[in-house]
Design a protein around this ligand. Structure first.
Ligand code: NCD
Length: 311
């Protein structure tokens, strides 16, 4: 059982999972990957997808996942909504809740918004990314994809994972660190000093501003996009400066261990955080991460909206 009572009220944060609950969600995702494409696990369940920030992978994979479980998703276009007429977020979500839907999948630029919306509406809410705070479905799909490549979840123990780039503004980094910590991996955060996280950002991790020095030690290189939309003025390194020190160029790639694994949550800005030839190489799990997002999100939706929710 998760530390705050499982996922019956929703899934906002990796902090809700202990190792056992994370393992059971990943096991459920494996069953969905191996099982029939469609099922009637969530018949007559209506889930509104409220994305107040842009998204391709997360949004569509949640919609595909819900459809495959027999649920119906209700599309909400925040740009075409009354939010643009000045309606408040609370009025907007309460309006949608009044239609009697069963739950919401929410992406917002405001940290904590999914939990707040769950409190306002009384509905189950799944977090699809909130500001620089959490992106728990991404962390689970990353754990799933890594364990698939390595053959087991146990293989994560002692694994050396370097998370590279704009750590301070990354909900992906924060959630993934928590997930990796559950399975005993060793994380090093690598990036420019101005994009390093504040103390208390996540579980304890080594920090380095010298990617070159770390290269030979890493089993996994997890690259992040520079989240320009969240970075304060003056803190964004120039393209040339960033590529010179932090891009996974072909030259740096050659200095990594032969069995290294490359990951990126997408969207990738080719030539910036990574060379496009490296992303296309067989050590790259980027395509698998995207594909596995559907199975992991099926497991999450089943746990939250299935019979009584998962304890
Ligand atoms: C990430 C996100 O939106 O947090 N992408 C994703 O969900 N696949 C990372 C990013 O935008 O850089």
């Amino acid at each position: 059982m998760g530390s705050d009572g499982g996922l019956k009220r929703g899934f906002w944060s990796m902090g809700q999972l202990d190792r056992e609950l994370a393992e059971s969600l990943l096991e459920s995702a494996r069953r969905h990957a191996a099982g029939p494409r469609r099922s009637a696990i969530l018949p007559a369940t209506e889930i509104a997808a409220l994305f107040f920030e842009t998204s391709t992978r997360t949004r569509v994979s949640f919609e595909v996942a819900a459809t495959r479980l027999g649920a119906t998703t209700i599309h909400f276009d925040s740009k075409a909504s009354s939010l643009s007429k000045g309606e408040s977020l609370q009025d907007t979500v309460e309006t949608i809740a009044s239609f009697g839907v069963d739950g919401l999948v929410v992406r917002s630029s405001a940290a904590g918004a999914p939990q707040l919306i769950a409190d306002w509406t009384g509905l189950k809410v799944v977090n699809a990314g909130d500001g620089a705070h959490q992106h728990p479905s991404q962390a689970l799909l990353d754990l799933y994809t890594l364990s698939e490549r390595l053959g087991s979840l146990e293989a994560l123990s002692g694994l050396r994972v370097g998370i590279v780039g704009d750590i301070a503004h990354s909900r992906v980094a924060r959630s993934l660190m928590e997930g990796l910590n559950l399975f005993g991996a060793e994380v090093t955060l690598i990036g420019p000093a101005t994009l390093m996280p504040p103390i208390g950002f996540g579980p304890a991790a080594r920090m380095s501003s010298d990617f070159d020095e770390c290269l030979g030690d890493l089993d996994v290189v997890y690259l992040l996009r520079l989240q320009q939309e969240r970075i304060g003025q003056g803190l964004i390194p120039s393209f040339g400066e960033y590529v010179a020190r932090y891009s996974l160029t072909r030259e740096r790639y050659r200095r990594l261990k032969p069995e290294v694994v490359i990951m990126h949550p997408g969207p990738v800005y080719p030539g910036m955080e990574v060379d496009s030839a490296v992303i296309a190489d067989e050590s790259s799990l980027v395509r698998s991460q995207t594909r596995n997002g559907v199975f992991v999100r099926m497991a999450i939706l089943e746990a939250v909206f299935g019979e009584g929710g998962r304890e």
